[in-house]
Each structure stands twice: as structure tokens, then as C-alpha cells.
Design a protein around this ligand. Structure first.
Ligand code: SD4
Length: 292
């Protein structure tokens, strides 16, 4: 049986993110406010090298951010390839609420941010990211690595006690990506999808492999057809494995909840975990994986 309210988010930084989301939900009663506040925590986490302006840069040494937000009535907003913005998730929310559009990218997103009063940060790598980038520059090898360090985007999905759903996803993307590369996280249906009639899903891992199968949309549609969240995540991982070459070097992980408050999580390789917050507490769960 499921639980409401419920907040689920990727990786162990999901624990503090869920904590902030839960507090916000209690304060305002809005699941949208909750999923925004939750990942804002991660966007400021200096230990995290895959989310926020402290994240690892692209090949040129520039950090560019992707984020998306969605509610179960079909409202959504996203930003991609954005520089100098500390909270891309809030910018994505502003796109959703204040423009007739779903997605703004690059310079246009930055101009919109300025118009909305978002402060522009100085363009400078965090000390940790600078050290890693300097090491990488020695060989400049472009090779996606499947370790946790290189894959800790935060995706968060939540359900309130009235059955309303919302989700958020924010990342600095793949380390040392080509300048201009956009991943799955700001693509509605790939990194995030939410439908109040069914449930919600979010993704982490190699964005290209996730976009290729419209993963989050796929998971929600599988649940619509009667799969549990766990079955839907496992089926989507099988699809991803079938449609991507070089799967030994690709990590991806999915999370799902349905509107009854049941949850699922699954990944390609071992090592993916997620944080689950309910009235009972906020716990870290190891997800299963296709390869053992
Ligand atoms: C991307 N999915 O840009 C993101 C990266 C990621 O943990 O998940 N990192 O491809």
C-alpha cells in the first residue's frame, strides 16, 4: 500500500533535499513549492559536482546548467545551457509561470533571468571543480564514467495528501561535455514527467541514453497501462539497455511514484540509491539494477 504525502529523490543528497521539501510542504501545503525548495538545497551543495554552479564544467571550462519542473496538470517549464544562475530550478519555474513558453535556453534564458531579478553570479569554477578540471585537462579524454561522482543530478518527485503530483530536476550535466550540450534533465518526458491521473517519474545518468527512450514519459505511460512504479522502472531500464550501444559504460537510474503513493527505482548498474520521505521518516534506499 502507498503512502501520502511522499517525496522521492535521487542519490544520497536526496536526504537533505527531501528534508527541505518536506518542511516547505508543511509550511505552504504546495507540492510544487516543495519540489522546488528541495532541489534548491542541492543547487547550493558545494560537495556536489553535478548540480549547481559548483558543478564540473564543460570542455571549455564553463559550467552550464539544465533544469525542469512540472506539475500533474501538465504545467511545465525548463531552462537549458544556462550560465551564472544559482537556482536554475527557480528560473524553470518562472518560465512555467510567467511566460507562454515551456523552455528557454542559453543567452535568452539568462536575459529572462535578469528581467526577473535573478542575481547573476560571477563566472568562476568552484575550488573543487577547478582542481578536477585541471586534472582532466592533462589528457582531455572525453569518456563518460559510470561512477557516482559523475552522475549525481537531483531528480525529485512528490505527491501531496490530496493526490497532487509535482517534480523537479536540476543538473550541471555531464562533466566535460561539449559546449552547448544539453542532457535529459530539462527535456520534459526525458528527465522528468508528471501526470496527476497516473504518477510521476524522473531520471539520472547519461542523458543521451535517457533522451533516446523518452524515459520518464515511458515510465508514466507504462504505469497508466497498469504496471507498478517498480515494474515500469525495470521495463524502461530494459528498453534503455536494448537501445544503447556500449551499455557497460553507461549508468542511468529511474525513480517513479504512482498517485496511490507506491514507489519504484531501478538502474542499469549497481550503486544507484534514492531518498524516500514519508510521515515515517526520510530514508536512503538502494535501488536494484539490471547488471548485478
Ligand atoms: C545529464 N542526466 O545531463 C544528466 C547527468 C546526471 O548525475 O544525471 N548526472 O545527462
Amino acid at each position: 500500500a502507498g503512502e501520502k504525502p511522499l517525496i522521492l529523490s535521487t542519490w544520497n543528497h536526496g536526504i537533505p533535499a527531501n528534508h527541505d521539501a518536506w518542511e516547505k510542504l508543511e509550511e505552504t501545503g504546495s507540492i510544487l513549492d516543495a519540489v522546488e525548495a528541495g532541489v534548491r538545497n542541492t543547487e547550493l551543495d558545494l560537495e556536489n559536482l553535478s548540480v549547481g554552479l559548483q558543478g564540473l564544467p564543460d570542455r571549455e571550462g564553463i559550467t552550464t546548467l539544465d533544469a525542469s519542473i512540472m506539475t500533474g496538470d501538465g504545467s511545465c517549464g525548463s531552462v537549458a545551457f544556462v550560465r551564472q544562475i544559482k537556482h536554475p530550478i527557480s528560473l524553470a519555474r518562472a518560465v512555467m509561470e510567467k511566460t507562454p513558453h515551456v523552455m528557454l535556453v542559453g543567452e535568452g534564458a539568462r536575459q529572462f533571468a535578469i528581467a526577473e531579478g535573478f542575481p547573476l553570479e560571477e563566472e568562476k569554477l568552484s575550488p573543487k571543480a577547478q582542481i578536477e578540471y585541471d586534472k582532466w585537462k592533462v589528457t582531455s579524454q572525453y569518456k563518460p564514467i559510470i561512477n557516482i561522482e559523475n552522475h549525481d543530478t537531483i531528480g525529485m518527485i512528490g505527491l501531496d495528501s490530496n493526490g497532487k503530483l509535482a517534480g523537479s530536476c536540476t543538473t550541471s550535466g555531464l562533466a566535460y561535455k561539449m559546449h552547448g550540450r544539453v542532457g535529459d534533465s530539462p527535456i520534459i518526458g526525458a528527465g522528468l514527467f508528471v501526470d496527476d491521473e497516473v504518477g510521476a517519474a524522473t531520471a539520472t545518468g547519461l542523458g543521451e541514453s535517457i533522451i533516446r527512450i523518452c524515459a520518464s514519459f515511458l515510465i508514466v505511460e507504462l504505469m497508466r497501462q497498469g504496471r507498478t512504479p517498480q515494474e515500469a522502472c525495470e521495463e524502461a531500464i530494459r528498453r534503455l539497455v536494448a537501445k544503447n550501444k556500449g551499455i557497460q559504460d553507461i549508468q542511468a537510474g529511474f525513480l517513479a511514484i504512482n498517485k496511490e503513493g507506491e514507489v519504484g527505482g531501478f538502474a542499469v548498474h549497481p550503486g544507484f540509491n534514492y531518498a524516500k520521505a514519508t510521515k515515517e521518516g526520510n530514508v536512503l534506499i538502494d535501488a536494484g539494477s539490471y547488471f548485478k
